[in-house]
Design a protein around this ligand. Sequence first.
Ligand code: NIG
Ligand code: FE
Length: 412
Amino acid sequence: MKTRNDRWDLLIQNARVATMDPSVDAPYGLIEAGLVGISGRQIVFVGNENDLPVAMAECATAQLDLGGQFLFPGFIDCHTHLVFAGHRAHEFELRLQGASYEQIARAGGGIVSTVQNTRAVSEAALLAASLPRAEALAAEGVSTLEIKSGYGLDLDSERKMLRVARQIGEALSLTVRTTYLGLHALPPEYRERRAEYVDLAVDHWLPTLHGEGLVDAVDAFMEHIAFTRDETARLFEQAERLGLPVKLHADQLSDGGGAALVATHRGLSADHIEYTSPEAVAAMAAAGTVAVLLPGSFYCLRETRLPPIDQFRTMRVPMAVSTDLNPGTSPLRSSLHAANQACTLFRLTPEEALQGITRHAATALGLAHAKGQIQVGMDADLVAYDISHPAELCYWLGAHQPTRRWTLGQPR
Ligand code: NIG
Ligand code: FE
């Protein structure tokens, strides 16, 4: 019998619980007329009234009737560059006049122009510029997000970005996973000293920033306009020595063997992956590497080469979906819009797209044990929507608003 002291903190009743749990035998892992119990930061009960250990009224100190609304696990945006200063609306204009992303990058625009803006501002100003972007994601129901460095490209500016990423998590009560992206672009001052830059970024800055507790994972941009396979491999070997998981901007503009490389290192994810080969898809499957689909940059760059979605399905490579929120290729501040694009542009089913911003995104961050499903023992990150079908989350464009959300058991 439950005593007053071991009552749960909250019992959510009368919910259509889209658990996203594959062991629940229904689309979206749906439990009708469901109940979810929360104690502290965790989910302690998921099921129906008959499964409760004691009478409903005795279970929890507080009860909430959701009136038949849908309840989802908090969304997860597993690939963002949302810490930066300034914007690149002018490049948007240039691209509309016919310039390509590569041409703009080679002419000194692109990533390097955001680096200049980001270096120039104080930590406080960078936080003030970045926070509203994270708030926009959170307002829709994102409870966990990944934030990369890579617009600093010197030690102090990379540190500033990663510190701001941590501060965003604290300010908004979100779970933030930071990723070191020192090999994002070659800064102009190293144009003639490429090897020196890679040495510094790999051998000095990464261990230093990791030592300061600022790095949860390591990423690079492996592409003919960015870093080579050898340079990326060196970075990954250093990450391995430090015990850090790796991921990669892979095969976005050409098949450079990036996804295959990340699989060799049993990386968390290969991201973009439009040009990934069938052999590399098989390697990802064997390594447990998640395919992170970024339809926002595909859309903004008017790409035409689709990622090998059917091969991911056949080989059972989990597909995550993310915004890639960044000022150049994907100024997209909505996970649900990314889910819509994954359906419309890549022909994911709405269920696949929602798995992509919940369960599979959790795996892509190494958080599959704690996030991305409504399951006993997982974190109580939840979001409620007043809709009548889960596919509505992918179907409506814009102005999505949850009725309630919780992160780590607390209402937000
Ligand atoms: O994920 N591909 C490299 N990095 C980003 C773009 C960054 C930028 O253009 O500022 C991406 O698309
Ligand atoms: Fe990216």
